[in-house]
Structures are given as structure tokens and as C-alpha cells.
Design a protein around this ligand. Structure first.
Ligand code: ADE
Length: 364
């Protein structure tokens, strides 16, 4: 099963090119007695179980260099569900040993003592761990630099950011009465990327809404801005500009109702855009901007941040996150309200903004 897989296509090229090395270990070599026995009857039921001593011998045969132990993965229907995050974590390991179980599995004493990760490839039962092992090798090897043509292709992949991919089309333009969506043949790059984003969002929200909480969505929201309503001179803005920059939110807006405060803010935080009202920001950003007021969990009627994240994705336009020192100032602004803090008063503004932006735009 493995030799053909390791010779073929992209994993095959990774192996022959020396970017990934895969050693196959035949468990049978560690069997006992004339029949090279690996398994035995399960205590308390009739099935067969792979025995711990033989599995341990096989595993020990891998640790040739002292102190260099592989990270041990055991594919099994009882494992945690595989994900791109798990694959990324495995790809960071120097050596990974994948143990292919069969029958009723492996003696639990071996699993609990020597397996680092028991992982399932889905809620279905296969006859053995070989196909899951190939899946893991395939998914890991495409993360190794140089294996997949352009590094960019990996980054743009579905699941890399945690969102599903947009649909794709090729020639012929018309097939069985079905045409390629017109926007794709129009040549307008801006319209095409907007269409691709919208389709990816639509698919993710309808097919896999569970992905949204941990997806990195910044690229799917056309514009992100941050505004802070300042009511006093002593707001703690430490880290504000850097945080906004890190999450692709551009230069932050500071809203100050009176001129004196605006002057103070200008010198306090020179990188910010100082304005007199939220309305002035909307004049610049446009009416299609969705306002998300960041509130504390103590506020009644505030949406869960995940619900607000979904609404940001559904909204076809930019988003303005509004923060304020007081609830009263927030009440003056029209928009949806999402709670992002456990309590309102004793968390510095710069920190609040970091937490909120990460909830909406960071990858879980
Ligand atoms: N072995 C048998 N079924 C499996 C599954 N769903 N995932 C991982 N390994 C398995």
C-alpha cells in the first residue's frame, strides 16, 4: 500500500526529492514465535488486539539516536478529530511515528504509555490505520517548504485560514447548459476577488458554520477600522496603533467631542486620526460600513462575539469597531453590539482592543 503512495504524485516527489523521508517498519518483524504473532484475543470480548510488547519493540527500533524520540501518532476511530491545526503541529516535529492499528486496536497500556496523539480522520470506521497514515503523511508533506509549487498556494488553500474555498471553473464556458459565472470571465480583478470572497463565506456559513469561530477572517472582510471614543485625557492607549496594524485595521480613529481633548489626543497618539464624531468617520468610510460596538459581558442585549463575527462575514462591506470609555458613549452610536470583555472597567483600552480584534480577526 505504501510503496506506490510514496512513489506517486506530490508526496512521491517530496520523498524522491529528499524533502520528506518516510521509513516503513513492518510490524511482523517484531512478531513472536513461529507465526510471528502480533495479536491476541481481547480480554472480555472475542476480537483480536495488537499486543503491547511487540508494539513497544517496533517503536524502540525507531529511536536509533540517543535522546531523539519520535512524536507518536496512533490513528484510531477513538482519537480526536484531525484538523489542519493538528497537521501543522505535527509538521513542526522533527520525527513523527505513525502506528497503523488493525482489528480491535492496540493494547491500551501501550497506547497510554507511548502514544502522544490518538487521532481519528473522521466519524467512520476503516479496516486499518494505513489510509489514515497516508492522509497524515500527505497533509504534513505539503506543508514542507518546496513540496507544493508555490508557497502561496498553500496559504490560499481552504482550511489554511479556516474558511472553505470558493468554487472553481474551467473551459468549456458552457457545459450541459451550465455557464461559468459571468464575473469570472469579465476580467475585472476587483470584482473577481470580491466574488471569490463572498462565495467562500457563503459556503462556510451554510456548510460548516462550526469553522467560523476559529477561522482567520481578515482577508474576507473588505475593510476593518477601529474607533475609540475618548472622554478623558487619561485613556490608556498603549499598544493601540501596533495592535491595529497587526490585525490589518490601519490607523485607528480617536473620537473626541471637544477641541481641547482633540488637541491632547493629537499629541498623545500622533499616529491616530482624530475626529469629532463617529459620523465623521462614516463620511469617510461610507454608509455601507457596519458598526460593531465592543462592550462588556455585563451589557444586556450585547451579542456573543461569535454571532457578531458571523454578521461581519455576512455583511458585504467594511466593518468599524467602536470602543468607548463609558457605556453611555457607546449608547450614542448606532450599530450592533458584541461583548468581548468579562467586565468593563478595569482593563486598559489598548488591551481591550487587542482582545476584541483577536476574537474577530485572529486565528484560533
Ligand atoms: N482506523 C480505523 N478507522 C479510523 C478512523 N476513522 N480514523 C483513524 N484511524 C482509523
Amino acid at each position: 500500500m505504501f510503496t506506490e503512495f510514496l512513489r506517486t504524485s506530490i508526496p512521491g516527489r517530496a520523498v524522491t526529492g529528499g524533502l520528506v523521508s518516510v521509513n516503513l517498519v513492518n510490524l511482523r518483524d517484531f512478531g513472536r514465535g513461529n507465526y510471528r504473532q502480533l495479536d491476541d484475543y481481547a480480554f472480555g470480548s472475542g476480537g483480536m488486539v495488537l499486543a503491547a510488547p511487540q508494539m513497544k519493540d517496533a517503536l524502540d527500533s525507531l529511536s536509533r539516536e540517543p535522546g531523539r524520540k519520535p512524536f507518536v501518532v496512533y490513528p484510531s476511530p477513538q482519537g480526536v478529530l484531525i484538523s489542519q491545526e493538528i497537521i501543522e503541529t505535527l509538521a513542526l516535529q522533527e520525527d513523527v511515528a505513525i502506528i497503523c492499528g488493525h482489528y480491535e486496536g492496540i493494547d491500551e497500556r501501550f497506547v497510554s504509555s507511548y502514544v502522544d496523539l490518538e487521532v481519528s480522520i473522521g466519524d467512520c470506521v476503516l479496516t486499518g490505520g494505513e489510509i489514515p497514515a497516508m492522509l497524515i503523511v500527505d497533509a504534513m508533506s505539503r506543508l514542507v517548504p518546496g513540496v507544493v509549487g508555490k508557497g502561496k498556494a498553500v496559504i490560499e488553500d481552504s482550511f489554511y485560514r479556516g474558511m472553505l474555498d470558493n468554487p472553481n471553473y474551467t473551459r468549456p464556458y458552457e457545459w450541459e447548459g451550465l455557464k461559468v459565472p459571468e464575473v469570472l470571465t469579465g476580467g475585472n480583478e476587483h470584482d473577481i476577488s470580491r466574488w471569490r470572497r463572498r462565495e467562500a463565506i457563503r459556503r462556510t456559513l451554510t456548510r460548516r458554520p462550526d469553522l467560523v469561530s476559529r477561522a482567520s477572517v481578515r482577508e474576507y472582510i473588505s475593510g476593518v477600522n477601529v474607533a475609540v471614543i475618548a472622554e478623558s485625557e487619561n485613556v490608556d492607549f498603549a499598544g493601540l496603533s501596533e495592535t491595529c496594524n497587526a490585525y490589518g485595521a490601519g490607523r485607528p480613529y480617536i473620537v473626541a467631542g471637544n477641541r481641547e481633548l482633540r488637541e491632547v489626543m493629537k499629541s498623545k497618539i500622533p499616529s491616530a486620526k482624530i475626529v469629532g464624531s463617529v459620523g465623521k468617520i462614516l463620511d469617510t468610510l461610507g454608509e455601507g460600513t457596519m458598526i460593531v460596538k465592543a462592550a462588556s459581558s455585563a451589557r444586556r442585549n450585547a451579542l456573543h462575539s461569535l454571532e457578531a463575527k458571523r454578521m461581519c462575514l455576512e455583511h458585504d462591506g467594511g466593518v468599524l469597531f467602536v470602543f468607548a470609555e463609558s457605556d453611555e458613549a457607546l449608547d450614542e452610536v448606532d450599530g450592533i453590539e458584541a461583548y468581548v470583555f468579562t467586565d468593563g472597567n478595569d482593563v486598559a483600552m489598548g488591551v481591550r482592543i487587542g482582545i476584541a480584534l483577536d476574537r474577530f480577526l485572529g486565528k484560533r
